[in-house]
Design a protein around this ligand. Structure first.
Ligand code: ZN
Length: 65
């Protein structure tokens, strides 16, 4: 089975930005703000190329948080 790779088909970039906006949850712990997790506002996550904003088609099961 061939190894698949996520890569922008426009520019070859392998970094992607999630949209719509995700917000991080930080919690006060002993006077520090500790990152707990991020939650997306919308249930359907979409990824876009960091360089050229091309939408990346991907499979939900390939997401690793
Ligand atoms: Zn790109």
């Amino acid at each position: 089975m061939q190894t698949k790779k996520y890569k922008c088909k426009e520019c070859g970039c392998e970094e992607f930005i999630s949209k719509p906006l995700q917000y991080g949850i930080f919690e006060n712990q002993d006077g520090k703000l500790v990152f707990i997790k991020s939650e997306s506002i919308n249930e359907q996550l979409e990824l876009f190329c960091r360089e050229c904003s091309q939408k990346l088609p991907f499979k939900e099961e390939d997401l690793i948080y």
